[in-house]
Write a protein that binds this ligand. Sequence first.
Ligand code: GLP
Length: 241
Amino acid sequence: MQIIIIEEYPKMSQQAARFIAQKILAKPNLVLALPTGNTPLGLYCELVRMFKEGLIDFSKVTVFNLDEYLGLPPQHPQSFRSYMHKYFWDHVNLRPESCYIPLSLPENPEAECYRYEQLIASYGGLDLAVLGIGENGHIAFNEPGTPWESLTHIVKLSPETRAREASKFRGLDKVPTHAITMGIKTIMNAREILLLASGEEKALALSRSLKGPITPETPASILQLHPNLTIIADNLAARHL
Ligand code: GLP
């Protein structure tokens, strides 16, 4: 495990973007898993800037989003699909057919999970999974208690996770109750993992995940067993490490 602590968020995002750029240079047809949330906003901004400066070519890259809410129309402003269009996909030369995210209104949600998992497998699996972390140690939408063996599946969102999103949705009752997420096993099968953490509110989750017992109660703690894990954190998130 390699832990890189950077004093502030903008530099942390820069470091993360350079990390990804290096991987794409080494393997132009990289298969990436990407997160949403506040943490990676700076990363996407930096990747777009590097693309516009001619430093990165995404034309052969494939991206899979980690997760998506269930029950929202795809064009809903809070869907993760909208987020990805807004902050990343629409500003770089990724081919639209190489940008994957689970359907938010699938006819058959179980079949959608299977289809997504098969799709990832059809690309030979993930080269690099980029992750954020929830305050309760969740990764993607794998909430505490998720079995280590889980593949892409449907989750019931925890009350904490829903409460945290309530302001974005203008009311707790409007926050979706379920989501589709890559499972712990899907993520652990990635050949490399980059975990990003920023801000004081992530400090406990991060130290528990990296230094505490490996337990499903802290989903990110399984990352301790990944052979190729890098953590990029700012000072605030790393304060208990
Ligand atoms: C959501 C996402 C995760 C993300 C987490 C933390 O639950 N599904 O992928 O890592 O939120 O988000 P933030 O970066 O906004 O703290």
